[in-house]
Design a binder for this molecule. Structure first.
Ligand code: 2AM
Length: 195
């Protein structure tokens, strides 16, 4: 049964958001999908919106389990998680407007978010993954570029940042599918209640 012994799963750790944030993100999605260049983008399903803390890629079930255990221990040592509040921008081309990979709402740097990303990274290294080369930049992807965007593609002008509240952190399995990725929660970590 070598196939089973070598089976891996594609996993990532992400922040989930409350209904208010999801409804704002859903409104952004609807507005963007009406743009003349909308077909050049693979839009994220409203059910799949999240902020990735660490993409693990293909890991064994044992690695996923060890990752979750290590993250849980680390998380219990971070104080004040229930107060985690993030300031989120309207949709932007990311990482650069001239060569966008995604359209995403960016999240302002925040000490607690950095701490979570640092823990997520340390746990990845602990289970034997390579260190992430790119610096962490929190964002919630709304769509990924499929084709080159027309030169005049522009996003609605809007500078207003909004405060949003994450509800939990989830280790997801991602199954790629021609009609969009299917995410399944492997393990959820509570942030406590901010009420
Ligand atoms: P993105 O939203 O910026 O594309 C699941 O695919 C999540 O993991 C996405 O939020 C994605 O970020 C993130 N991710 C980071 N690196 C990735 C990679 N090499 N392949 C796929 N997803 C990646």
């Amino acid at each position: 049964m070598a196939g089973i012994a070598h089976a891996t799963l594609r996993a990532f750790l992400a922040l989930d958001f409350d209904e208010d944030a999801l409804s704002l993100l859903g409104a952004h999605l609807r507005r963007l999908r009406a743009m003349p260049w909308a077909n050049a983008i693979r839009w994220v399903s409203p059910d799949n919106l999240h902020l990735t803390l660490r993409f693990l890629g293909d890991v064994t079930p044992t690695q996923a389990e060890r990752y979750a255990e290590a993250f849980d221990v680390g998380l219990s040592q971070i104080a004040g998680l229930a107060k985690l509040t993030l300031s989120m921008t309207p949709p932007r081309f990311f990482p650069t407007p001239s060569r966008p990979r995604v359209i995403a709402c960016l999240v302002e740097d925040n000490p607690m978010l950095s701490e979570l990303a640092k823990l997520a990274e340390a746990c990845a290294v602990r289970i034997g993954l390579n260190r992430e080369a790119r610096p962490f930049k929190g964002h919630i992807t709304l769509g990924r570029t499929r084709d080159a965007l027309p030169r005049d593609a522009a996003l609605p002008r809007d500078e207003t940042a909004t405060l949003v509240w994450p509800t939990a952190i989830t280790l997801y399995q991602s199954r790629l599918n021609p009609r969009g990725a299917i995410y399944t929660a492997l393990r959820s970590f509570s942030l406590g209640s901010h009420l």
